[in-house]
Each structure stands twice: as C-alpha cells, then as structure tokens.
Design a protein around this ligand. Structure first.
Ligand code: NDP
Ligand code: 8X3
Length: 253
C-alpha cells in the first residue's frame, strides 16, 4: 500500500525520476522531490498537487555536494519519516576511451552517481533504522552489470551502485528494511542529451531503429517493487527494451 507513504525521489526533474513522481502521485504517495533545476521542481509540484491532490515538498539539491549529508535539517518534521528513498539522480558525461577521457567528466559522474548516492543514503537511512522500516530503491543500470567500450567510468559508477546496493541489503536485513536495485537498459530520457553535452543529433541516434524503454516503463518497475507486501523484497530487477539483449546485442532495423 503506497497511499500516504513518504517517498523521496532524487533527480525528479526529468526522465525516470519525473515519471516515478507521477506514478507514485497517482497512487496517493506524499512526495519529496529534488533536483538542481528549481523552475522544474516548482512547475511539477504545482501540477502534481492540482492533478493528484497529494502533498509535495520540493528541495533544490545538488547531490554532488557533501552538504547533502545534512539534508534532514532542510526537511520539516512532518516530512521526516521517509518510507521510500529512490536514489535516482545520476548521469553519464561523455563517451570515449579512458586514455582520452576528461577528468572533469569523471569527477561529475563519480560525485553524482556514487558519492551523491552515499550522501543521500547516509542522511536518510538512520531514520529508517530507528523506525525499523523503509525501502531503498537504487537506480543502477545494465552498465552496472556489464562494461561496454567507451563507457568505462560510467560503467564503473554503476558497478559501484550495484555493490553498494548489495552492501545495504546485508547491513539492513536486521532492521526489516528492503533494498532493491533497478537496472534499466536504454531508456529514452534526457540521459543521452546530457551525456553528449546537449548534442541532440547524437542523442537521437542512440534511440534510432528500435523501441527503447520509456521513462514510464522504468517508473512502473519502481512502483512494482515498492508496492509488494512488506515481507517481499525484490532484490534486483533488470529492465530492458525487448530489442536490447545486453549492452552489445541489439535488434535494430
Ligand atoms: P535524465 O537526464 O532525464 O534525468 C536525470 C535526473 O538526475 C535529472 O532529474 C537531474 O536533475 C538529476 N541529476 C543529475 N545530476 C544531479 C545532481 N548533481 N544532483 C541532483 N540531481 C541530479 O536521465 P534518466 O532519467 O535516464 O536518469 C535517471 C537515472 O537512471 C540515472 O541514475 C541514470 O544513470 C539511470 N539510468 C538511465 C538509463 C537510460 O538509458 N536513460 C538506463 C539505466 C540507468 P537536475 O538536472 O535538475 O539536477
Ligand atoms: C544507461 C544505459 O547502456 O547507455 O545506464 O549505459 S547505457
């Protein structure tokens, strides 16, 4: 039962995070939505409140910042009992061989995908431990299960998410807290536009010749794992486009 639960989604301003916010709003959750783009947060908060009549609290948050560790100080008391944390904020920056890589891109991916997830988890999980209740849903990737050419550092960050997901489950099992990894394949969001630094042509090519996942498909998977009975934990879910067998084999027209 999701109605009334407090769900904290990072990276809610776009793609999978945005679709997840809508999905949980449809089911009556109370939403804490965060991201760096305040204008988007304000717009989506207004729309969600009007359309779904649920409570929304927004937080402008750059998860790269170590100050994320004190995020609870920015959350009003009535919002502090977080039931579900969706560690979704993430990105790929650039694509190319490691020996030609841009260290600024590496910093951004490591600081967002790995350290951001750590700051968030360190800040939110203690409350769940105290209450002996909660669900952490980490958004990994097929890139955390396999490594593909020119994806080196992005793949490494998602492998780290995979590993941290396992660590959390082991360390939280005694507290009745569920931990789930959602590992999607190619999903058509702003992901590739971000990866290729705003180059829309290159981004479009990633999704040509087959039907990629849509953000809603991944949001459905997130909602599915969150809405199982309390005694059921889906440890991991790999969600792929039917046309993508793995990071190498595709059925493209
Ligand atoms: P989008 O680019 O559409 O969305 C990414 C979200 O992350 C945005 O809301 C963005 O918000 C947020 N974000 C990025 N950096 C930061 C930051 N430093 N602090 C806070 N928020 C941040 O991509 P997706 O929806 O596709 O990506 C969501 C997650 O899914 C990522 O972790 C990605 O790695 C993963 N994923 C994506 C796949 C795909 O093919 N699309 C496949 C597998 C996994 P803002 O810019 O406002 O901060
Ligand atoms: C995003 C999917 O295959 O482009 O995590 O790395 S992929």
């Amino acid at each position: 039962m999701i109605k009334g639960k407090i769900v904290f989604i990072t990276g809610a301003t776009s793609g999978i995070g945005y679709a997840t916010a809508i999905k949980f709003a449809e089911e009556g959750a109370r939403l804490i939505l965060s991201g760096r783009r305040e204008d988007r947060l304000i717009k989506m908060s207004t729309e969600i409140k009007e359309k779904y009549h649920v409570d929304v609290f927004t937080l402008v948050l750059d998860v790269q910042k170590r100050s994320t560790l004190s995020i609870m100080d920015r959350i009003p008391t009535e919002w502090q009992q977080i039931d579900i944390l969706v560690n979704n904020a993430g990105l790929a920056a650039g694509m190319g061989p490691l020996h030609e890589g841009n260290p600024d891109d590496w910093d951004q991916m490591i600081d967002t995908n790995v350290k951001g997830l750590l700051w968030m988890s360190r800040a939110i999980i203690p409350g769940m431990v105290e209450r002996k209740q909660g669900h952490i849903i980490n958004i990994g990737s097929i890139a955390g299960k396999e490594t593909y050419a020119n994806g080196n550092v992005y793949c490494a960050t998602k492998h780290a998410v995979d590993s941290l997901n396992k660590a959390m489950r082991i360390e939280l099992v005694n507290y009745g807290i569920r931990v789930t990894l959602i590992a999607p394949g190619a999903a058509e969001t702003e992901f590739s536009e971000v990866r290729f630094k705003g180059n829309k042509e290159m981004a479009k090519k990633v999704y040509e010749g087959y039907m990629p996942l849509q953000a809603d498909d991944v949001a459905d998977a997130i909602y599915y794992v969150a809405s199982r009975p309390d005694h059921v934990c889906i440890n991991e879910m790999i969600v792929m486009p039917t046309a993508q067998a793995n990071t190498v084999h595709w059925n493209k027209r």
